[in-house]
Ligand binder design. Structure first.
Ligand code: NAD
Length: 318
């Protein structure tokens, strides 16, 4: 149920760096939300990004984008957290963990001073661990703490299969679950093209594939961020579109299924860790998490991903 103190289309973005400002831009271009507040410890950066985006307002549907501070979040419906140290070349998402946990302690305490009702959408990495930490630090219900999780990986997965099979990505259905990171699990057993399971589609496909195409696509999805970071320093376009999609699903009460990260409560026997599974998103945040009928290897890989996250959380000073 919508809290009356919240403004239905107001979105806060903490961190006006590459991901935060590109997300604001993606929201604006797609007409998602009515007001966006950018907050950054570098206030000038937030102001500059807001000005630059606002100067395009005559080309799109009306939307207010401005720099602000935490008190401006008091009536925000969705608060997106992208602030954090970015992944450096050669650094895994898990290497970032304590650095960004410390940043999150300050950020969550500032947010909750002004807003106890918003949906928190975590994007900073390592996103699954920071989603779990956000849940603990905020004390919010599980429904209202969401990580962008493997939304980006699932999009990359569908896009690579689409290119390989020469079929529009919208007709490729498949999910990457688990960690947004090295232990992620592409669910090939349930991947289908317009309802035809991928292995049954292969014999009728007119493209030439070698026998290792699945392995190659899985590796490309998993290593995409490393490759992009090596080539251009950071990744932000596709993730911003993914975050905009999650925000839209919330603001428009869409009941859309996306592989976001949220607290698991018994799925595959796993508790007390945040990971991605296909999840129905509505105006209240997480509506329900779908437990897929995984094969043995996928199930084991998912459980392994959960155990790695748990081990990393144990090491943290929260
Ligand atoms: P960036 O360095 O461009 O931006 C980070 C911003 O956060 C900076 O402007 C910085 O001033 C700000 N910041 C740092 N500490 C802050 C604090 N305490 N309060 C307010 N602002 C603060 O980095 P980026 O490329 O935008 O990446 C941001 C995060 O998003 C990183 O953790 C990155 O790994 C992650 N990321 C996640 C995904 C995903 O799919 N989840 C994809 C790409 C990047």
């Amino acid at each position: 149920m919508e809290n009356n103190n919240l403004k239905a289309g107001k979105v806060g973005i903490i961190g006006a760096g590459s991901v935060g400002s590109t997300t604001a831009y993606a929201l604006m271009v797609q007409g998602i939300g009515s007001e966006i507040v950018l907050i950054d410890r570098n206030k000038e950066k937030a102001e500059g990004e807001a000005m630059d985006i606002m100067h395009g307002q005559s080309f799109v549907k009306p939307i207010q984008v401005r720099a602000g501070d935490y008190s401006d979040l008091k009536d925000a419906k969705v608060i997106i957290i992208t602030a954090g140290a970015p992944q450096k070349e050669g650094e895994t998402r898990l290497d970032l963990v304590q650095k960004n946990t410390n940043i999150f302690k300050d950020i969550i305490s500032e947010i909750t001073k002004y807003n106890q009702d918003a949906i928190l959408l975590v994007v900073a990495n390592p996103v699954d661990i920071l989603t779990y930490i956000t849940l603990k630090l905020s004390g919010f219900s599980k429904k209202r703490v969401i990580g962008s999780g493997t939304v980006l990986d699932s999009a990359r997965f569908r896009s690579l299969i689409s290119e390989q099979c020469k079929i529009a990505a919208k007709n490729v259905h498949g999910y990457v679950i688990g960690e947004h990171g090295d232990s992620e699990v592409p669910v090939w057993s349930l991947t289908n093209i317009a309802g035809t399971q991928i292995d049954k589609y292969c014999p009728i496909c007119d493209q030439n594939c070698d026998g290792v195409i699945k392995e190659r696509i899985s590796e490309q999805v998993k290593n995409a961020a490393y490759e992009i970071i090596e080539k251009k320093g950071s990744t932000y376009y596709a993730v911003a579109l993914g975050v905009a999609q999650i925000t839209q699903a919330i603001l428009r009460d869409e009941d859309t299924v996306l592989t976001v990260s949220s607290l698991l409560q018994g799925e595959y026997g796993i508790e007390d860790v945040s990971l991605s599974l296909p999840t129905v998103i509505d105006n209240n945040g997480i509506r329900n998490v779908l437990e897929l009928d995984l094969n043995k290897e996928e199930r084991e890989a998912f459980i392994n991903s959960a155990n790695l996250m748990k081990d990393a959380i144990k090491e943290l000073d929260i």
